[in-house]
Design a protein around this ligand. Structure first.
Ligand code: NAD
Ligand code: MG
Length: 389
């Protein structure tokens, strides 16, 4: 029996993970499930899977969680400290699927304990890539990527030397607005941005897909995880989302990974690694599909991609600034305080301001410094948005 924990169990990735685990309950000993406001879902899954503990990140919801767990025997806990305690419970495999920078610390703790970390929380690599990778090396724990693109790259690299890689191409669907004229984008609403043509995901990543901030995060994630140079990473718009990534080698060969747009591919690969097991995902019918399209992204339309390049060139804690400012800009957009195109303006201005302040970005990448920089970046982004409004 493998001991597994799922951080962010009530979210889109968390639920897909539970779907796979619940198909073979005899194989897993569920340690901790964590969630946020969706107490009913958290409690139902914890009881169904026989988890040792269920944790809500909201300390005010402890009584609700206790009530929902009833006499099941599952322990209830609430708040940030409880979440970190749950992350320290011994486990063999941990899914990191909290959204945002809040996912970093629990993942680090799981790695310190030696668990294999299935990493959906791309923000961990963007904000603190070198720290995360060094923590894994120090404890001998493995990080397995669960972003579809990064799982695809990982799979294309099996048996290969990273030194033979010339380039890595990650694909982007283009999100909800890929065919909208620029003039219309300024007035796009959060509801319009939160519908994805191909993938069914959480609200925040879906809006980030429309703005390409998601792809910007993923480019940085690629650099940090695979330890290659920024110039070796390319983005290709591929509306069908069937090819997830391609790895180009020094002999000119390109290895592509194809699959239906279903996160259970990447989750299942990380769950069963190094084996491959049957997964309940659609099989592609390429003849029925007929055509796969690719085109270069228009960087004028997607300033997030340019900003990602600047972040990679600056290094240090600029990823933490980028992510935190993006999270606040996204909050601002969802709340109707700024327009869709202004999200990139906020992030760019926050990066410029914090780079000129110097010290924040050059500080050593420790959890403490990431938190401090994250906090200052959020305040900086808030001030910038207040001036815009
Ligand atoms: P989601 O919004 O559906 O779920 C987020 C989960 O995190 C929920 O369980 C929520 O309760 C929890 N959470 C939110 N804020 C929290 C906080 N401050 N503290 C503790 N827990 C908190 O998100 P998602 O779409 O499942 O995405 C999760 C992560 O996986 C993100 O980092 C996202 O970028 C990444 N990812 C998602 C997909 C996808 O298909 N959904 C694909 C690739 C990568
Ligand atoms: Mg992805």
């Amino acid at each position: 029996m493998r001991r597994v924990s799922i951080f962010g169990a009530t979210g889109s990735i968390g639920q897909s993970t539970i779907d796979l685990i619940a198909r073979a309950p005899q194989d897993y000993d569920v340690v901790a499930l964590t969630g946020g406001q969706n107490i009913a879902q958290l409690a139902a899954d914890a009881v169904r899977l026989g988890a040792q503990v269920a944790v809500t990140a909201d300390e005010n919801r402890l009584d609700d969680l206790r009530a929902a767990l009833g006499q099941s025997g599952v322990k209830a806990a609430a708040g940030r400290a409880a979440l970190l305690e749950a992350a320290a419970m011994p486990a063999d495999w941990v899914m990191s699927a909290i959204v945002g920078a809040a996912g970093l610390a629990p993942g680090l703790i799981a790695l310190q304990g030696g668990a294999t970390l299935a990493l959906a929380n791309k923000e961990s690599l963007v904000t603190a890539g070198p720290l995360l990778m060094a923590t894994a090396r120090a404890s001998g724990a493995r990080i397995l990527p669960v972003d579809s693109e990064h799982s695809a790259i990982f799979q294309a690299l099996v048996g290969e030397e990273i030194s033979a890689v010339e380039r890595i191409i990650i694909t982007a669907s283009g999100g909800a607005f890929r065919d909208w004229p620029m003039e219309k984008l300024a007035h796009a609403t959060p509801a319009e941005a939160a519908t994805h043509p191909n993938w069914d995901m959480g609200q925040r990543i879906t809006i980030d897909s429309a703005s390409m901030f998601n792809k910007a995060l993923e480019v940085i994630e690629t650099k940090e995880y695979f330890d290659i140079r920024a110039e070796q990473i390319e983005v290709l718009v591929h509306p069908q989302s069937m090819v997830h990534a391609l790895v180009g080698f020094n002999d000119g060969a390109l290895m592509a990974h194809l699959g239906a747009p279903d996160m259970r591919h990447a989750i299942g690969y990380a769950l069963h690694y190094p084996q491959r097991r049957d997964l309940p995902v659609e099989r592609l019918d390429l003849a029925a599909l007929g055509t796969l399209e690719f085109r270069a992204p228009d960087e004028a339309r997607y300033p997030a991609l340019r900003l990602a390049r600047e972040v990679m060139a600056a290094g240090g804690l600029s990823g933490a600034v980028f992510n935190a400012a993006k999270e606040r800009a996204l909050d601002g957009f969802i709340a109707g305080r700024i327009g869709f195109l202004q999200m990139a303006d906020v992030v760019e201005a926050a990066l410029a301001q914090m780079s000129s302040d110097g010290c924040h970005i050059d500080a050593e990448i420790t959890l403490d410094n990431v938190h401090k920089t994250d906090q200052i970046a959020r305040e900086t982004a808030d001030k910038i948005m207040a001036r815009m409004g």
